[in-house]
Design a protein. Structure first.
Length: 294
């Protein structure tokens, strides 16, 4: 499969561990029950790539390390936008300060709204880290194209990771192994965003019986999934025949219209993607980071 990888620019982006934040005391669950739960941010020690994305006592919890550029002025906001757009799933990350300095990991997702980049580090490294630590990412993948299949747009994906995913072009379509397929009526928060080059949007889980019927209750962090009749070419919208491929990046949520977050990596408005169901299609396996801990 021929790509334009030799034309891509590799550029440094850097942030620091983002502390957990709570905007209110209670989160009201979609059936009306008020709850107080762990949420986004911080260093999450026992939630990892390859773990189930459902059934945690949490709301939007992010596996591994959450990072961003903090601050409210325009320059800091623009720098954080640069971090979130340049960082791609599978990019190498390196800790450049603190007791864990020199340890390396991988970008595993992006979470919109809070504008976090999510990073995997091994357990030994997590134990050494603090909320002050800075993380440098080799941003690589923005502008990636499959030259033999221009009907498919690539975004948020490291070229080396794409090579490991078992993608094939057959009959004018891109075959992609997936762990699950999601119908468009289940996509919620984040729908209508003007770009899918950062952030995510949520598989809604209010109808638990339907989720179980589709086998989506078994999704894991890092799973590659197909979104039916969904086009993310220039934003996120419903379009009959379109297909989008994404990665599960954060946990289930209790809010109405929310659930496990999905970051887009491939999309085709005219259906030039053929998802192929596989028992295990997970970026953690492709990167070799779930073999011992998954």
């Amino acid at each position: 499969m021929k790509t334009n990888v030799k034309q891509l620019v590799k550029m440094s982006v850097q942030g620091q561990v983002s502390p957990p934040v709570k905007g209110r005391d209670y989160t009201v669950q979609h059936e009306g029950k008020p709850m107080v739960l762990p949420g986004v941010g911080g260093i999450t020690y026992n939630v990892k790539i390859g773990d189930p994305a459902m059934n945690w006592m949490a709301d939007h919890v992010e596996p591994g390390v959450s990072m961003k550029i903090t601050g409210g002025d325009k320059q800091q906001q623009a720098a954080n936008a640069g971090l979130n757009i340049m960082a791609c799933i599978g990019n190498k990350a390196k800790i450049v300060s603190g007791d864990a300095k020199g340890a390396t990991g991988y970008v595993t997702g992006k979470h919109g709204g809070i504008e976090h980049v999510l990073v995997y580090f091994d357990e030994e490294t997590l134990e050494k880290m603090t909320l002050e630590d800075k993380i440098l990412i080799q941003g690589f993948g923005l502008g990636l194209k499959i030259e033999d299949l221009e009907q498919v747009k690539v975004m948020n994906l490291d070229p080396d990771l794409m090579e490991k995913m078992g993608l094939k072009i057959k009959g004018g379509k891109l075959e992609v192994p997936v762990a699950g397929t999601i119908p468009p009526e289940l996509m919620g928060s984040g729908l209508g965003a003007s770009s899918a080059y950062s952030g995510d949007y949520d598989l809604t889980t209010g109808d638990r019986e339907f989720i179980k019927e589709l086998g989506l209750d078994r999704l894991r962090f890092g799973d590659v999934v197909a979104l039916e009749n969904t086009d993310n070419s220039y934003g996120r919208c419903f379009k009959r025949g379109a297909v989008t491929i994404g990665v599960v990046v954060h946990s289930d949520c209790v809010l109405a219209g929310h659930g496990p977050g999905i970051t887009t990596i491939l999309t085709s408005p005219d259906g030039a993607i053929n998802p192929v169901q596989k028992d295990r299609a997970n970026v953690g396996d492709y990167l070799g980071i779930t073999a011992e801990e998954g």
